[in-house]
Design a protein around this ligand. Sequence first.
Ligand code: AMP
Ligand code: ZN
Length: 125
Amino acid sequence: MAQEPRREDGGEPQDDCLFCKIVAGQIPATLVRETDTVVAFRDINPQAPTHILVIPKLHYPDAASLAAAEPGVLADVLREAGEVAGEEKLDSYRIVFNTGSGAGQTVFHAHAHLLGGRGLQWPPG
Ligand code: AMP
Ligand code: ZN
């Protein structure tokens, strides 16, 4: 059965969330696209020539909880990632949703990493 999102994570802005602050314009970021539901900005510590974060404006802690509560917004995130890849002229790229600290998640506001512009190994590390 689908797990209910925790109430404090139910799409409301979180005072202690870095990405909510970027969405609100309280912390600067290099924006590359913005829609009603999504913001895309350059990662501050890029791991590839193109490394852009695509995030929902709504706060959910990870991609799966966003999908459970707002599937249309998760689709918006993926569509915008594809639009950004086109703008960046990437014919190959990777979209990554780190989920959980053991997988490298450090910001608990759902975000897609769009990575490209170099060869990408498989399997990932
Ligand atoms: P993750 O480790 O998957 O949670 O991804 C969080 C990402 O956010 C990392 O790749 C960081 O480099 C990036 N990041 C952290 N702070 C900022 C910031 N102020 N602006 C842009 N990217 C950031
Ligand atoms: Zn947030």
